[in-house]
Design a protein around this ligand. Structure first.
Ligand code: UDP
Ligand code: MG
Length: 132
């Protein structure tokens, strides 16, 4: 059993994809074991994405993540970290496999609907970032 942190980003919330996205993970056999609805401020978004601080897209990423409410949630199940990344699809929706959330719903690499932890260390850090 593994837990991972996902976020329905502001574009996913504003496009009314909350139910669609949660259902996709439940249909894949996962449990949603914690969930919140909140709007990040710039300090919080900057800290959450601090590993990307030196990237050219960092400022725009923080702007986007603070542009409206988002939904962080915890997904639990076998191999959750890797499987959730597969169900999300590639960061760039143009490269995402058919049927993935990003292929179906994301506009672009910088508006890509959903976040998912990329390793056990990230999952631990990101779950405690939102849920203590
Ligand atoms: N991002 C972006 N432009 C890029 C690369 C990334 O705007 O060229 C944003 C995008 O929202 C992405 C986030 O930064 O989801 C984190 O990037 P990462 O490489 O960790 O992708 P992810 O883990 O979300 O697939
Ligand atoms: Mg990442």
């Amino acid at each position: 059993m593994e837990q991972t942190l996902s976020i329905i980003k502001p574009d996913g919330v504003s496009k009314n994809l909350v139910g669609t996205i949660l259902k996709k993970f439940e249909d894949a056999g996962f449990k949603i074991t914690n969930i919140k609805y909140l709007t990040l401020d710039a300090d919080q978004a900057g800290e959450f994405y601090s590993m990307h601080k030196e990237q050219p897209f960092y400022g725009e990423l923080v702007n986007f993540m603070t542009s409206g409410p988002c939904i962080p949630f915890v997904i639990q199940g076998e191999n959750a970290i890797l499987k959730v990344r597969e169900i999300m699809g590639s960061t760039n929706p143009a490269e995402a496999k058919e049927g993935t959330i990003r292929a179906e719903h994301a506009e672009s690499i910088d508006r890509n609907i959903i976040h998912g932890s990329d390793s056990p260390e990230s999952a631990k850090r990101e779950i405690s970032f939102f849920f203590g």
